[in-house]
Design a binder for this molecule. Structure first.
Ligand code: ATP
Length: 317
């Protein structure tokens, strides 16, 4: 059995909000951001950690990284208790946020890396070796003297990845690492992460709304909803659910009650527009012609299920 690197048992986090309800009155409300979350991640896994907005992903990752204290439950990461052993844990983990940089904005990349060398007290030889490796793998050789603020988003992301790896973390948390990147940069980042996981055995927890990231990188996917695990399993099984349905969006000549056609179910009506779910292996052309023969049809489009649909479907089951 591989050693679990992250182990959460009945983990919970409740935020208390104070809302002003009068001139002097304040009411406390509790937000259960994470509740009864159970998760075990083994060394060397590359895990997709997904869920809709507000599901509790960031809150749980903040607990995994020792930034936020849990309200309840048991949590161990790399054999440590994140809040109590926060300093030790910092040496074992790396974190990359797609939306903001951990690099020093006005400093050349080289100086940001040098600061991390000192902050993490990385042995000189190890630092030199890692710097050479990651700068080479991520093609940053010609950018080392460029201030971070002058880097493109893709270049900055490669810089952030290098920064997160200089101290050889056992686990790397990535929050939307490909957001806003062009196709080529996305490919570079994905290939790099796949190699890092395969060759160095770095455990990776990947949070993203980009289904392509998940498809290309993760075998296992954990879906979080309302603060708890809604799905934990192979991507292949999740993909089968994705393939289960497609949606035909029809624009009718006039608003009306849900259309009735065999083999499709109306899932939404908005004025003259209706959404019809139908099995992925059904004949879309036939369905369209049936709708057209019975109703005044102005326009149609077909939507493949995206990750948000799959997630919605998981919650409703
Ligand atoms: N500091 C905070 N104080 C109060 N409530 C919070 C705080 N941070 C998050 N929440 C609430 O906790 C819930 C979970 O939020 P969280 O940010 O963990 O979700 P998420 O899955 O990361 O969402 P997203 O995909 O939008 O980043 C939400 O209802 C959110 O509004």
């Amino acid at each position: 059995m591989p050693t679990p690197l992250i182990e959460a048992e009945h983990l919970s986090k409740t935020y208390t909000l104070r809302k002003k309800t009068g001139r002097l009155k304040r009411e406390r409300t509790a937000v259960e951001a994470v509740r009864d979350l159970n998760l075990s991640v083994s060394e060397g896994e590359l895990l997709g950690y997904i869920g809709p907005n507000g599901a509790g992903k960031s809150t749980s990752i903040k607990m995994f990284t020792g930034i936020l204290a849990p309200s309840g439950g048991v949590l161990r990461v790399a054999g440590l208790e994140p809040i109590r052993d926060r300093k030790q844990l910092a040496r074992r983990i790396g974190v990359v946020f797609g939306q903001r940089t951990t690099l020093w904005w006005d400093l050349p990349l080289r100086d940001s890396f040098a600061l991390l060398h000192r902050m993490y007290a990385i042995p000189d030889a190890r630092y030199a070796e890692n710097l050479k490796r990651y700068v080479g793998l991520l093609g940053l050789e010609d950018l080392l003297d460029t201030p971070v603020r002058q880097l493109s988003l893709g270049q900055r992301m490669r810089g952030d990845l290098t920064a997160a790896l200089l101290h050889d973390p056992s686990v790397l948390y990535l929050d939307e690492p490909t957001i806003g990147l062009d196709v080529t940069s996305k490919m570079v980042v994905r290939e790099f992460l796949a190699d890092l996981n395969r060759e160095q055995g770095t455990t990776i927890v990947l949070t993203t709304h980009d289904l392509d990231d998940i498809e290309r990188l993760c075998r296992r996917v954990v879906v979080i909803d309302h603060g708890t695990v809604a799905y934990d399993g192979q991507l292949a099984a999740l993909r089968a659910r994705i393939a289960a349905d497609r949606t035909l969006v029809v624009d009718l000549a006039a608003p009306g009650p849900p259309v009735q056609v065999p083999g499709a179910v109306v899932t939404r009506v908005d004025g003259p527009r209706q959404w019809l779910a139908f099995p992925a292996d059904a004949n879309a052309a036939e369905l369209i012609s049936v709708v057209a023969s019975r109703y005044g049809l102005v326009d149609v489009s077909i939507r493949e299920a995206d990750i948000e649909d799959v997630i919605r479907e998981l919650y409703s089951s």
